[in-house]
Design a binder for this molecule. Structure first.
Ligand code: BTN
Length: 260
């Protein structure tokens, strides 16, 4: 399935400087769980699978993917020394996905905190998790799922209650895509952004993210710790928090979901 990926990664403009190892699995419960359980972790290790049996999304939701039709990957990165820069990791991951979809002819937008949408439907999601083991280096596992060649029927087979209607690259463009081509582009773009991150170029990460943010200037309602907060999406702080202009002034929201 990914026969030439290693060779492409080795010569990719950015991937050659970041990606160290590819782990291919035929089937796994979750590539994120697999990455978290690895004893010897090395930054730049990428876990790939054809099929994920118990894919996890944010807020303990399941992540649905279909064998050979979805990109399912987890990328290991070192936990940063300056832990307050960690919020840039999901942002730069979103940037890499946006660029990748764009290079395959599809314009997408980011919905805070980190859903990737096309025409208000979800095409991709990001789940960043950290692994802390005493006296060992700490890691972040960046899990990315992208719906590539799924058809509408593929989303109806399982009884999943989608919060946001899902879609795929194939549904949106009418074309079939080579998974390896899209995955290589994703990993090369991810490498580009992570190298910016290592250079502390946070401004570039944030600016790209904001330029592709769907909600800026719009009135939204956020569910945060069972509370609803309504306001105008004003900005994103340098720590990735949502800044809402409410009737009581600016409010910083560090986690939650936009009510749809
Ligand atoms: C979300 O939008 O809720 C996040 C979805 C993240 C899915 C990916 S697929 C690869 C990795 N392994 C998992 O179990 N989840 C992430």
């Amino acid at each position: 399935m990914y026969a030439n990926l290693k060779d492409k990664i080795r010569v990719g403009t950015y991937s050659r400087d970041f990606i160290k190892d590819l782990i291919f699995l035929n089937s796994v419960d979750s590539t994120n769980s697999y990455g978290l359980s690895l004893k010897a972790k090395e930054e730049g290790t990428v876990i790939l699978t054809k099929e994920q049996l118990d894919g996890r999304g944010r807020n303990k939701r399941p992540w649905h993917s279909v064998k050979d039709k979805s990109i399912i990957t987890s990328i290991m990165i070192n936990y940063p020394e300056k832990s307050d820069s960690i919020s840039f990791v999901p942002l730069l991951s979103a940037n890499a996905i946006i660029e990748t979809l764009d290079s395959f002819g599809l314009s997408s937008k980011i919905k805070w905190p980190n859903d990737i949408l096309v025409n208000s439907k979800k095409i991709s999601g990001i789940l960043c998790e950290s692994s802390f083991v005493k006296e060992r280096s700490n890691f972040i596992v960046v899990g990315i799922g992208i719906n590539i060649n799924l058809d509408s029927d593929d989303f109806m087979q399982e009884n999943i209650d989608y919060i946001i209607k899902p879609t795929s690259l194939k549904i949106e463009t009418g074309n079939y895509f080579n998974l390896e081509d899209v995955l290589f582009d994703l990993l090369n773009n991810f490498s580009k952004w992570i190298l910016e991150y290592k250079k502390s170029n946070y401004h570039a990460i944030l600016e790209f993210w904001k330029n592709n943010w769907s909600d800026i200037g719009k009135e939204i309602t956020v569910v945060n710790e069972n509370k609803l907060v309504t306001g105008i999406a004003h900005d994103i702080s340098s720590r990735g928090e949502l800044i809402l202009q409410t009737d009581h002034g600016l409010e910083l929201i560090n986690s939650g979901e936009i009510k749809t």
